[in-house]
Ligand binder design. Structure first.
Ligand SMILES: Cc1cc2nc3c(=O)[nH]c(=O)nc-3n(C[C@H](O)[C@H](O)[C@H](O)COP(=O)(O)OP(=O)(O)OC[C@H]3O[C@@H](n4cnc5c(N)ncnc54)[C@H](O)[C@@H]3O)c2cc1C
Length: 349
């Protein structure tokens, strides 16, 4: 029987950050994941964007989370001797006179230190730039490379098991231990980091999951030499070698992982509004983001079964928020912090 302090179920962005954080505090950690090829994390673009949306809103606690995430990813790069994180300049192009007006009203009061206006803004032979825009600094995580490097590290230390766990029938509880006899695993606590799959987990059946399907394209764009991420309703980001990625759609109705013609057309037509060059679609994927009503991450131990925990709800912000939130959850588990009501599992059950 392999005994650990924490068994982390699910190795997406949430489970990976929590596993590293607990390990760095000296806990024995086991990670279990079923190894699906398409998950929300595996297809995510990994963008960390400071200012988003039509109203040009600065992402919640951006400066604190971004600085924490940057230090965290750099540390995991060193631990795994890999590279998967970059600080990235990002270009936001205005799509309407209303956005130009929002910028004029908010830039000096809400984000004076986060933006600059380069001259020229971008190459006019490649981009439509009638209304202008601004530049900001964000980050880009190569999520599959980060997950893979982390998994290899956990495996090398026998801390990883590939398995599909039934959250009810595969778990046995004793006074201070939860056992998974099928795999000879035992832990003081099991923390569910299953992403949208927790929607089917009977322990969390009252959590108001909403979910949002996203589709994303990998593209070849001959002649394009833009290395910044370009945002204009959707985003276009250099990926690797001569490949770019563009996305993503947001669909709250069809919560499945099927790429659709409508999704592909939506991304291509919105891209054509600002990109002058023709694109060739190389790959097209879809997955469901784990959104919980309120759009904040949720964490905590189950009030009726405190050997069970929950860390989920990262919606579109997994790359930015999981490092800080994992640290916060570890503080809560150690009794060093009290859960804020809006993030607390107890208030969602
Ligand atoms: C198209 C798209 C683009 C995105 N772009 C960005 C972006 O640019 N920036 C950003 O920050 N975020 C982005 N996101 C969102 C981001 O991906 C999510 O915040 C993140 O994936 C959530 O991670 P998670 O670990 O909670 O869930 P998941 O990635 O779903 O991970 C859960 C893991 O648990 C495993 N699992 C579940 N149940 C079980 C079980 N019973 N037994 C064993 N294993 C199990 C699953 O197989 C999976 O590996 C995007 C999402 C999509 C869909």
């Amino acid at each position: 029987m392999i005994q650990s302090d924490y068994l982390i179920l699910g190795q997406g962005l949430a489970g990976t950050a929590l596993a590293w954080t607990l390990m760095s505090r000296g806990y024995r950690v086991q990670v279990v994941d079923r190894g699906e090829s398409i998950t929300s994390s595996k297809i995510a673009a990994g963008l960390i964007t400071p200012i988003t949306g039509l109203r040009l809103v600065v992402s919640w606690k951006f400066e604190e989370f971004f600085s924490f995430a940057t230090d965290y990813y750099r540390r995991i790069e060193r631990e795994t001797k890999s590279q998967f994180y970059e600080i990235k300049p990002m270009l936001r192009l205005f799509a309407s006179p209303a956005e130009v007006q929002q910028y004029a009203q908010r830039s000096q009061t809400h984000f004076p230190d986060l933006v600059t206006i380069p001259e020229p803004l971008a190459d006019e032979s490649q981009f439509e730039l009638p209304l202008g825009g601004f530049e900001m600094t964000g980050g880009q995580l190569d999520v599959p490379a980060y997950l893979e490097a982390s998994r290899r590290y956990f495996e090398s230390d026998t801390r990883f098991q590939q398995a599909e766990v039934d959250p009810v029938n595969d778990l046995e509880f004793e006074s201070n231990t939860v056992r998974l006899p099928k795999w000879n695993l035992a832990a003081d606590k099991i923390i569910f980091c299953e992403g949208i799959h927790s929607q089917q987990n009977p322990w969390f059946k009252t959590i108001p999951f909403e979910g949002a399907k996203g589709e994303i394209l990998t593209l070849k764009i001959p002649g394009l030499n833009e290395q910044r991420v370009v945002h204009r309703g959707i985003w276009l980001a250099h990926w690797k070698e001569d490949l770019y990625r563009a996305g993503s759609t947001y669909d709250r109705e069809h919560l499945n992982c099927e790429p659709t013609l409508a999704g592909r057309e939506e991304i291509c037509s919105r891209l054509a509004e600002f990109l002058k060059l023709p694109v060739e679609v190389i790959d097209h994927r879809a997955a469901v983001r784990p959104v919980i009503r309120g759009r904040l991450p949720i964490m905590g131990l189950h009030p009726q079964q405190p050997q069970i925990g929950f860390f989920n709800g990262f919606a579109s912000k997994g790359s930015l928020q999981t490092p800080w939130m994992a640290n916060h959850f570890a503080d809560i588990l150690e009794g060093k912090a009290t859960p804020v009501k809006s993030l607390d599992l107890v208030h969602k059950l």
